[in-house]
Design a protein around this ligand. Sequence first.
Ligand SMILES: [Mg+2]
Length: 419
Amino acid sequence: RDPDFSCAYVTIRLASGTTGNGFTFTCGRGNEIVVAAIKSLSFLVVGATVVDIYKDFAAFSRSLTNETQLRWLGPEKGVTHLATAAILNALWDLWAKLLKKPVWRLLADLTPEQLVSVIDFRYISDVITKEEAIEILRQSQTGKEQRIQTLLTGGYPAYTTQVGWLGYTEETVTRLCHEYLALGYTHFKVKVGQNIEDDIRRLRTVRKIVGQDNIVSIDANQVWDVNQAIEWVKRLAEFKLLWIEEPTSPDDVLGHLAISNALKPLGIGVATGEMCCNRVLFKQFLQSNAIQYCQIDSARIGGVNEILSVYLMAKKLGIKVCPHAGGVGLCEMVQHLQMWDYVALSGDKEGRWVEYVDQQHEHFVNPVVIKNAHYQAPLAPGYNTTFKPGSLAAYEYPNGSEWQNMFAKGLFKDPRLNS
Ligand SMILES: [Mg+2]
């Protein structure tokens, strides 16, 4: 309802001077807790040798997720796992910069054996083994070069969340629908769940303008109980919805399954994942068919390493991945993962999109490029996670110049004044 988009930003510096950047995203309050968790984990990274990290990246990622004492705070969930994601994302940016490739290309160029070597298969081998993953990746090699060319020419489809936020007036929804239709979008997402009459009003407007051939999905951001979700969404079924996103608690696998079963006859799928805590919970969502769309988030779970395991499980179980994005830099990161999936794993873009929200891109050295509602394949080395020096100087909390202005205006209290 009232996010102050924030992130905990990690810079890993090599003795040679090369740097890698990564981050995780928060809604403001609590960002300092993630920063503290990163500092607590940093002793595992500071002073390490690059070769030792990348020669067994799975073992290194496990050293973060299973640090013998910090593990008590998770394990593999919550603030310590957000911190792990920030650190591992920085290590992927660093690796890609060392190899002078964008992360999607680095991933696509790894052999199946090299790719699975970065993943910790503990707790998921009942659904996918390392050997099965290698076999799946081998089969997906066919046509890879052709798909790289297709990607470089046409990009990857995006959908927009910008047309139907809660409380938008008729005029705003109308204007935004026309605007995004003109930009080439074919898939529109509307926020729902506060007031059924308002949801009906905004969905009616959206459908009227985008027509019957375009796609409309809805997102409830976890507001409902299970039965309430079923009843509410049934009342919106006339608007021909592709998915209901986050209908209930992100931890409730069986609740999502009940919702999915109830909505199946109406042709509405269930989507979740942006706040799913780790690969174990993803495993349960995927293996139980509780979701039809798997929404990984690039700033959560154990960064790229753990997200790859979710893609592999989704591929094996035949469930489409449609990543969550928005926030600060989520679009910048997640495009790489979905592009790798297209090139080297699923081999398919059909019925898949990456979420797109047009905000905060101006702070990045290499922001996303969208053309005709498609993410254009990044070409710069790295994970597109480096902030502009000017943005850091202005917004670093609490020393940045913009914070100084806001403290002076009394909008926020300077934390350094606390004794
Ligand atoms: Mg969402």
